[in-house]
Design a protein around this ligand. Structure first.
Ligand SMILES: Cc1ncc(COP(=O)(O)O)c(C=O)c1O
Length: 417
């Protein structure tokens, strides 16, 4: 396997891949690529139902109503297994992430060979562990406070988690890159580092220079995963996905669940070098992405889908600015302890107006809002560095008006009780 110039000299993919995965002969499904695979004609090779989908109705097929076109699109062909490789979806994802670097001759563009797509990025998170950290033997490193699924997936895979907290004393929770480097120098059984940029719940971007420092660690052999689930709420050009063509030990995960507003279709993507991607694709279930998902993903990634996405991002960014301005005017609201690079904010709740951050008060506010006021946000007071912390997703203008009103009203009730 060839290694790109910038990758750490210590990186040896074979040495960190689970031995059973290295030996794996991937399942070849009926709709796989190969000269001997056929996608049209009398298809009697995959034990599908040639009589068609049971939800098919002739009125949908013959309808001239344009609002039913999408229904027709979704139902047609449902009796056939989906494309196992999802080349069209992958190409559009590459086009999206190549766009900022178009015309730059020094940057190798992403191609579908750099992509593995999964059932949400949650599946991608798990697949990476299943490939590169052996149960009961290897470890992975996370930087709390961070997304909870990294440690859940690690536990499911019987992979120990080593933690190096983000800098809990500094606003925005920057990465303590030297501490991470040190942990990696001291423990060669750590095969994976999971970073979240922008972080959940921190809403701060990880400095790309810090990521590059880890990627070029002089002695550590492992892979850095950067989860960019919220990247499109950050300033344009913040994604480091294009770097996977330069660093063979980098995986960048993204999802259609957030900025695209398509959480229901479950589509996540992992960008990586082609040798890493090949391993991820060998392990996946043959038809993990349904035809319903890919049909809708193609629409979301089309020019009109992207234009809708950008309109929604603009609205969210402007509502985020409104919450940043309006929330601090409410007595009992403390500091924003995270950044503002995502579609949520992390704010501290005080024990009394002009008091100190208090997790019991934050918990009481969270519970009262959810149980009696119909407003559901997330309590984060138990996370490292998040005393009194609530994570608030930016809603629509109307939702945010209700949120601001209800928080003000409930804090008054709490303080006067
Ligand atoms: C940081 C982060 N990564 C991944 C996910 C999961 O995304 P998906 O819906 O693509 O599984 C979430 C969901 O909240 C998240 O916050």
């Amino acid at each position: 396997m060839t290694v790109s110039n910038l990758t750490s000299p210590a990186f040896r993919l074979e040495a960190i891949t689970r031995p059973n995965i290295l030996l794996l002969e991937p399942y070849r499904c009926a709709r796989d690529f190969s000269v001997s695979d056929y996608k049209t004609g009398v298809l009697l090779d995959a034990n599908e139902n040639a009589y068609g989908p049971s939800v098919y109705t002739s009125d949908v097929a013959s309808s001239k109503d344009p609002s039913r076109l999408i229904e027709t699109d979704l139902i047609a062909g449902l009796h056939r297994y989906p494309d196992p490789h999802q080349e069209d979806v992958k190409q559009l994802l590459c086009d999206l992430r190549n766009a900022p670097n178009k015309g730059k001759s020094n940057i190798i563009p992403l191609t579908p060979d750099n992509l593995y797509v999964g059932v949400g990025s949650d599946e991608c998170i798990d697949t990476v562990i299943r490939c590169f950290a052996a149960p009961g033997r290897d470890k992975m490193l996370t930087c709390p406070p961070t997304y909870g699924m990294y440690s859940v997936s690690a536990q499911v895979n019987d992979v120990e988690v080593v933690t190096v907290n983000l800098d809990l004393e500094t606003k925005g929770f920057p990465l303590r890159v030297d501490k991470v480097m040190e942990a990696l120098s001291n423990d060669s059984s750590i095969h994976l580092v999971y970073l979240c940029s922008p972080g959940n719940p921190t809403a701060s971007l990880v400095d790309p220079e810090s990521v590059k420092k880890i990627l070029t660690h002089p002695t550590w052999n492992g892979i850095v995963v950067v989860d960019e689930a919220y990247i499109d709420f950050s300033p344009a050009g913040s994604s480091i996905a294009p770097l996977v063509t330069e660093y063979d030990n980098l995986i960048v995960m993204q999802t259609l669940s957030k900025a695209f507003g398509m959480a229901g279709i479950r589509l996540g993507a992992s960008f990586a070098s082609s040798p890493v991607t090949r391993i991820l694709n060998n392990v996946k279930a043959p038809y993990n992405i349904s035809s319903l998902t890919s049909t809708l993903a193609l629409k979301a990634l089309s020019p009109s889908g992207l234009s809708n996405m950008h309109k929604n991002i603009d609205a969210i960014v402007s509502q985020r600015a409104r919450l940043l301005e309006e929330l601090p005017k409410i007595p009992g609201i403390g500091n924003f302890i995270g950044g503002d690079a995502s579609n949520f904010l992390l704010v501290q709740i005080l024990d009394k107006p002009r008091g100190v951050p208090s997790s019991p008060t934050a918990l009481r506010l969270y519970e009262t809002l959810a149980v009696t006021k119909g407003v559901v946000i997330r309590y984060r007071g138990k996370e490292p560095g998040c005393v009194g912390g609530l994570r608030i997703t930016v809603g629509t203008e109307e939702e945010n008006t209700i949120l601001l009103e209800k928080i003000k009203e409930t804090l008054l009730e709490i303080y006067s009780s």
